[in-house]
Ligand binder design. Structure first.
Ligand code: LLP
Length: 420
């Protein structure tokens, strides 16, 4: 049996064959650590379920855009889902190919469109009529036809956190279901666009397949109407959004999810179309941890605080979404645990990483914040002039520095004092 990517040897957390204590000692804290084996296994779960089917996987770059992570996926044969010109540049720098890139996002600039057209991306996932107009104009200037898909808002409730639910009528995303047929007619009439597909993305951290199937059924209904109007739909992009287990969630297994989606599309008579998946979190989320060191313990009348050296600037998800990340001591102690709020040094009451956690810890101890591979480093900031953490990728017994720790000098290198 191969070891799980994160496991304990004599009570000490290891990432593959490397002790987390050694990682923290060598690279300092806060430190993001990714397991190459865990990333690869998640990719293979998607790719394996797609094998032999007309289906492909586009990694949502926003979840973790580190070049080493993208490079690993590119080597494994991944396509990519991007939302900015910056993400396109990262994909190309990481060895990805533009022809395997879908460009999502609700507010693409003309410049981003131009660069993506010239690079030759596979598809623009367009979200409004004004965006169609802009893309048509830019494509005319560049002298290329832009391949487009319209992101349709199927108005289904993915039953996830309101900030990460995107397929409801009340969300800013996509073309309203009732307007989609007309929007496709408009797109088909634009001389510099080539309609190639249809897409949706109903939310993130979804732990139930039912809303996907509802969204797919609605999309397929539309596909029939669009084709009746004379426009061919080659691919159906079902977006990303599959959840992971942070705490006690029980999301569907990746392979089951992919097969259920593909089977549904085939059963409805659309098996000849290519299907795209755009997963982010389910590929990278549980392949990373954030290591942090306890600076002080601060017992209080109402609460005990464990003040650690990672903060909301390193991991924003608890502050932003009230998100739960498991927190474990790197080295287990046998003392009786106490209940702590685990908080960072940033000057905000919202700077917390975990609340009411039962931990046996002392100052100087290391903690591992689990499930920190997705939307963690990628959402980090320099608030409080805190340099962003280093990122390393463990591969068996080897450790690759995927991103050096920032220095304070880098943080204000682009700033200027006033002139005399
Ligand atoms: N495709 C599109 C068009 C998206 O907007 C997203 C994520 C994905 C794919 C990937 O979704 P995933 O498989 O990762 O759920 N920062 C939030 C999550 C925001 C997700 C935004 N869109 C969080 O930390 O929970």
């Amino acid at each position: 049996m191969t070891q799980p990517a994160f496991h304990r040897i004599d009570g000490v957390l290891h990432v593959e064959n490397v002790s987390a204590v050694d990682l923290a000692t060598q690279f300092g804290t806060p430190l993001y650590v990714y397991s190459r084996a865990a990333l690869t296994a998640a990719w293979r779960a998607y790719a394996g379920a797609c094998a032999g089917r007309r289906a492909s996987v586009h990694v949502a770059v926003k979840a973790n855009s580190n070049l080493a992570v993208l490079n690993l996926f590119a080597r494994l044969g991944a396509g990519f889902d991007i939302v900015s010109g910056g993400e396109l540049a990262r994909v190309l720098a990481a060895g990805g190919k533009a022809e395997n890139v879908v460009f999502s996002g609700v507010g693409k600039s003309a410049e981003e469109m131009r660069v993506a057209l010239e690079a030759g991306v596979k598809c623009f996932n367009v979200e409004s009529i004004p965006e169609l107009d802009r893309l048509n104009a830019v494509a005319g200037e560049v002298g290329r036809k832009a391949p487009v898909s319209l992101r349709v808002n199927p108005d289904v409730d993915p039953k996830t956190h309101p900030y990460i639910s995107t397929g409801l009528k009340a969300n800013k995303f996509g073309v309203a279901f009732d307007d989609a047929r007309a929007a496709y007619r408009a797109a088909a009439a634009m001389p510099n666009l080539a309609v190639v597909g249809i897409d949706c993305h109903i939310g993130s951290q979804i732990t139930d397949i039912a809303p996907y199937l509802d969204a797919i059924d609605k999309l397929l209904e539309l596909v029939v109407q669009i084709e009746a109007d004379g426009t061919q739909i080659h691919h159906i992009d079902v977006g990303g959004g599959l959840g992971i287990s942070y705490h006690d969630e029980t999301p569907p297994d990746i392979g089951d999810f992919v097969r259920t989606v593909l089977d549904r599309i085939a059963e409805r008579g659309h098996g000849q179309r290519e299907v795209f998946f755009e997963p982010g979190r389910s590929l990278v989320g549980n392949a990373g941890v954030l290591l942090t060191r306890v600076e002080f313990l601060k017992p209080g009348a109402e609460k005990n605080f464990a003040i650690v050296d990672a903060a909301m600037n390193d991991l924003a998800r608890p502050a932003m979404y009230n998100a739960y990340h498991a927190i474990e001591p790197v080295v287990e102690r046998t003392d009786a645990p106490q209940v702590y709020d685990v908080v960072g040094p940033v000057c905000e009451s919202g700077d917390w990483l975990g609340r009411a956690r039962s931990l046996a810890i002392e100052p100087g101890d290391l903690l591992a914040i689990r499930s920190a591979g997705a939307y963690s480093f990628a959402m980090s900031s320099n608030y409080n002039t805190r340099p962003r953490a280093a990122e390393v990728m463990v591969d068996g017994a080897r450790v690759h520095v995927a991103r050096e720790r920032e220095t304070v000098a880098q943080l204000f290198a682009g700033e200027r004092l006033l002139p005399d």
